[in-house]
Design a protein around this ligand. Structure first.
Ligand SMILES: [Zn+2]
Length: 242
């Protein structure tokens, strides 16, 4: 008999990123929905023109709801299958940690890469939108050991004004939240030494292009450590952040 070798580290999160990445749109809904159910949370599929958001939350009774979001459309492992897996891992850890879940909604948005149509639809229809006080949006996860906040500009006119252009511009699901007056932060991971070189990227399209991941946004670059680090750092932000 051969020796049974147990790897020191599992790669279960990377495997889930790969599974989501390889699935088509309806396959992704099934994978994400099944995982949410297995974690003991309810699943609500919110259909709209050409898309489906996946919404979850346990007994949301609070009048101070925080929405933790990641978009599941797109072709990248980092942007944003990695972000989806991090949110699922957050759901698991919060459940096991007895964190009060009645103020958390988890949203997996469709069509982020088509002008944020999924999150826009969700917010336009959300019954208790006035009770949503924060959004923690994860778009770009699994490469690098640093989690950082991506500053987004809602007013894109400043792109062509050299005098006012000083910040990185990224479109993500944070934008519709801000449009509805909801405080939102967008988080992504990157290697720390790459963050500085990003400031003059003027015409971004997707998060992976903006953050310089474009061209290496594939499963081979996603690390279990990066996903685990992002999960834990984001839980701090969800529980304690402003
Ligand atoms: Zn994205």
């Amino acid at each position: 008999m051969g020796q049974l070798i147990t790897p020191y580290k599992t790669r279960s999160s990377v495997d889930l990123v790969e599974k989501i990445l390889e699935a088509d749109a309806s396959g992704r809904i099934t994978i994400i929905g099944d995982k949410i159910s297995k974690l003991g949370y309810p699943v609500d599929v919110e259909g709209f023109d050409n898309g489906y958001n996946i919404i979850s939350g346990k007994d949301i009774r609070s009048d101070r709801i925080k929405v933790v979001s990641a978009h599941y459309d797109g072709d990248g492992a980092y942007d944003n299958a990695g972000g989806v897996v991090v949110v699922l891992n957050i759901m698991e850890k919060l459940r096991d940690g007895n964190y009060p879940l009645d103020e958390l909604r988890f949203a997996f948005f469709d069509l982020e890469e088509d002008y944020q149509k999924g999150s826009e639809y969700h917010l336009s229809k959300a019954e208790n939108r006035e009770n949503v006080v924060r959004n923690i949006n994860i778009d770009g996860c699994g490469i690098g050991d640093k989690l950082f906040e991506v500053k987004e500009k809602y007013d894109l006119r400043c792109i062509n004004s050299p005098n006012t252009w000083t910040e990185l511009i990224v479109r993500s699901d944070s934008l519709p939240f801000r449009k509805y007056g909801i405080h939102s932060k967008h988080f992504a991971t990157l290697p720390e030494d790459e963050v500085e070189g990003l400031k003059n990227n003027l015409y971004p399209k997707t998060v992976s292009e903006v953050l310089g991941i474009f061209g290496r946004d594939d499963i081979s670059n996603i690390s279990e450590d990066s996903l685990a680090y992002a999960r834990d750092a984001l839980i701090e932000e969800i529980i304690g952040g402003d």
